[in-house]
Design a protein. Sequence first.
Length: 401
Amino acid sequence: MSDLFFSDNVVVRSIPASDTSRWVVTFDNYGIGHGFDRSGFGQEFLAEAGISALHVMGAREDWYQYPEMGEAMKAVRQATSGAERVMTYGSSMGGYAALRFSDAAGANAVLAISPQYSIDPRKVPFEKRWIQDSRRIRWLPEIDGRLTSAARPVVVFDPTSEDGRHIALIQADIAITAIRLPHVSHPATTYLGEVGLLKPLVFQTLSGELDGPSFNRQARLARRTSSLYVSNLAQAQPGYRQELALSLARLSVERAPGNPLVGTTLARILSRAGEHDEAIAEMERVTALTNGDPNYLVHYVNALMAANRPAEALVTAREVVATWPHMAHLHAWESAVLWGAGQYDAAIEATARAITLDPQDKKYPRLLKNYRQKRAEGQAPWRWVRRWSASLGRFRSGAAS
């Protein structure tokens, strides 16, 4: 293992195998970790498979908008000079980079799973999942301009989510091999891993042997064995199909009780159905299963809030915010919990922190205005607070991958 390029923003880490005729160049997904004292995306998997890899690691979730990326990609090309196959590979934010840097890396294959075209609000006003980051990042036209790729990228995505809109923009710039998998959610990497198709996809794309239509059919057929797919179908049901949604959600948990994603979906649907005790019990099971992972604690708090138990939710909400103090929407979410618990001044202070962290978001000043107005009137409108809590408390991993 050696670092071929190193700056404050980006590292290119080389982990060659015995076969250096094939290289995979990976890019981080959102939330993989800050700094460089960590593994690169797919590092263990590629090493175990005996595939030489270059891991391009960003210091933060900046969608690789670093001025030194040209130099980093020069190091990639030098390291892979003479190789028969070079593939860029990433998921979500990493999928964005796999597409954007494929030419600069000298790639003749690209695998992008659930990528974005961009998250620049001027280009994709529909994209709200990483809105605080998108407004913070300085978008570089030499990286985030019109997309080009000499290779024909393989792009896997769920067309029923925002990802479908990104792929339409990608296809307006370049030709791709599109693998469309409805209701597998974001990122599709999770589904592919569950049904055992991620490894074949990587290997076949790298070798150039992938038959896109055939793989697409195989991946769609595999949905019948997927707990995640059933769980996503449950979430997609309209309100008047509540019983079907509950039935599907319970089935998904029966199939994979150890999958916290499907347990969380069941809890959310139970809360909507007014089955609060069962929803809370399910989230307690999920939080134990995940050793208190803050991503799932968000939903535990939301289940308690839906059950009108804000005082119990408050300690856990503060734990979540302490984990990610830089995320404005979590401070606003905490404010709703504080307000529900009767801590009105603390709720106003938490909203002010959200505004400081993300001053461009217009909903936070509106929330602060409402709090101050209700405080002056001596009101504590519970339904209004619960609505804000549910809308502001997002599942970080699901949107940050």
